[in-house]
Design a protein around this ligand. Sequence first.
Ligand SMILES: *Cc1c(COP(=O)(O)O)cnc(C)c1O
Length: 362
Amino acid sequence: MQFIDLKTQYKQLQEKIDKNIKKVLNHSLFIMGPEVKILEEKLAKYIGVKHCITVSSGTDALLASLMALNIKKGDQVITTPFSFIATAESIILTGAEPVFADINPRTYNIEPSLIEKGITSKTKAIMPVSLYGQCADMDAINKIAAKYDIPVIEDAAQSFGAEYKNKKSCGLTFIGCTSFFPSKPLGCYGDGGACFTNDDKIAKKINEIKNHGQNRRYNHIQIGINGRLDTLQAAILLAKLETFPMEAKARKQIGERYTRLLKNIKSSALPYIQLYNKSVYAQYTIQVDNRDAFAEKLKQKNIPTAIHYPVPLNMQPAIAQTDKKYPIAESAAKRVISLPMHPFLSKEEQDIIVKEIIEALD
Ligand SMILES: *Cc1c(COP(=O)(O)O)cnc(C)c1O
């Protein structure tokens, strides 16, 4: 059994994907080829925002956004301690300091009521993460940000295709950043990412930054990065975007079916999706008491699992803000475990997983 099954997806889309790749090989415009612009237009339309700027990864989407906001040494950015390293890494790469606010124990997303006490005169942005495919409470977060006149950047690396109050993730804040890493809800065949915004000025700036800070060829008005999305990846994403809405729907159904089938295990252990949210279930993550033993029992039955994430960001050696405590994130980090999750997970496979989980918990 696969944790994420990319091969089945490829088999289903093979004709279209191969054709798109071939087209790029033939025109050989590998950097900033025509597919990149077409993809940006389609993605902007899908999200419902004015601008999409594709970039070379989700990490670079965050970094280019922070750079476009002129965030630098001496600044602070408020974010969650319960995420992939890239969230805090992008902040630290600008020279700024990540300031963590603990998470909500049910959604695993940053708890809005804990943000305000972290705000100082140095705070230059808030970066919530929409973890596991469910959006953070953006209305509450945007409201706090507006009060202090600071921008919000959504780390939507796991939530492309999710909805918050009937609006799409990536279009909920000043800038939305996503990742097309192969295992994300919309993945390419290598690294890729995108920034979304309705703001013309910031869109132009991100566009320049991702291309070595140039506003025209060999005229570099700021220091940027080599952060462009490959034309080949754009061509692959164009093929995959067509069926993505169906996949997002399948993910939601599979996630909800897990929850129905697992309802007899302690309900507090199951994902809690706010009524106003539609999760894209980048991960289906539960909590268990003896995680290592549990994972080992499933492994014996050929069921792969993963841990997102075993260590809160403040406790990572590279960050080491160990004097500060985030008890909810710490507790979650010890207990969470993600189950196989992809749009092609069959009912039969899911039934086996559920049966083995119930046995392993006995
Ligand atoms: C995957 C991920 C990223 C980084 O995306 P890459 O494309 O791998 O650089 C950032 N934040 C979160 C929450 C992620 O899951």
